[in-house]
Design a binder for this molecule. Sequence first.
Ligand code: NAD
Length: 427
Amino acid sequence: MMPGSPLVRRRSNTGGNTPTRLGRGTWSLAGMVHGVSRPRSQLVIKVLLAATLTALCMFILRQYDSAGTIDKFSVKDDVTHVLVTGGAGYIGSHATLRLLKDGYRVTIVDNLSRGNMGAVQVLQGLFPEPGRLQFLYVDLGDSKAINEVFSKNAIDVVMHFAAVAYVGESTAEPLRYYHNITSNTLGLVEAMVRHRVHKLIYSSTCATYGEPDVMPIKESTPQVPINPYGKAKKMAEDIILDYVKSNDQLAVMILRYFNVIGSDSKGRLGEAPRPELRAHGRISGACFDAAMGVIPELKVQGTDYNTEDGTCVRDYIHVTDLVDAHVKALNAAKPGKPGIYNVATGKGVSVKQFVEACKAATGVNVTVKYMDRRPGDYAEVYSDPTKIKNELNWTARHTDLTKTLRVAWKWRKAHPKGYTAVNYLNS
Ligand SMILES: NC(=O)c1ccc[n+]([C@@H]2O[C@H](COP(=O)([O-])OP(=O)(O)OC[C@H]3O[C@@H](n4cnc5c(N)ncnc54)[C@H](O)[C@@H]3O)[C@@H](O)[C@H]2O)c1
């Protein structure tokens, strides 16, 4: 116990028969002791008093770490404390870097099913001061553990990135996707409500739109998802939005990302999906794998789409710009007025164009194998970014594809086996 702590002061108030000036809340119990004479009642009061003091003691002890210094994660102060779910993953780790750089306090919650502890170690090395960053190994499906996270930490905002996130995998394992995305989001929102945390920034996706007839996609475009990944994310959106309708205390921003690429411009973080996920992988990873010689060729699936060069068209958003949109969303979030925004450049790029940019960035004449279409792929997807520009003053700035891929390639070359095989802090 720290000298002069509230508990010590309150203990001194319990002795003696002279009426003492009562403090706030629990101290009204001490006053009851003076007014009751029957022994049984006195026993009950003593038990109640002991229980109250024990609870108070535990509450105070929780605010100190093992070294006896105050645990900044558990107390409210003037620093905004953001809970980043999935912070060991690609986008979550980049978001954490930006939040820490901007002076926020961050608690990462991740079960490391997909993310990398190496990314967390990089962040811990960059921000080692007490009270800046903590990592909690927690599965979002474990509601007891999640509630404990909220009861032990003074969280102000949640950025919910954690999810399994591969369209192809979702078709093969739909139940996993509904559980991991929809039901975990429900559990997280319930825990937020229980612990009175009133701000949520949610990672959604353009996959919730399905394959709209009209391009570009606006936020008002009907959402008709065509795979379990998109459906699970849409259901999670609906849960959040329905809750806001019933309780206007929650401030929510739903960000629908398009295809995220790139990495930290200083080369501290990168994208390092697990090797076993390669088959489901995204185009930049596959292209780098081919350039590294990890796979013999880059497979391009579908050359007969109704697009300019026959390959699929996507809208590629740089992770740094995406993270910037999160910070802007966090600052603009208002209770009872949910914001929904597409986060993208507004410009479509074909797979063939992407491959050319990748060849230029890596300097490797990657072998490309053109194949039949993959089930579940849409021909063309790009966004109209007007709403987010007008309302959040956000615009994509890193739109030079070759430059973006050059930076990402540099990280990948320096980390051929992902985060695990390097000395993170000196790389
Ligand atoms: N990468 C993209 O192009 C893209 C596009 C649109 C939307 N998104 C969304 O962005 C978010 C982040 O994606 P990412 O590309 O960084 O993926 P990622 O796989 O790199 O990161 C996801 C993180 O969540 C963690 N996680 C998964 N399930 C968990 C659970 N039950 N409990 C705790 N942690 C868990 C993983 O371990 C991982 O660290 C996801 O919600 C995804 O749907 C991504």
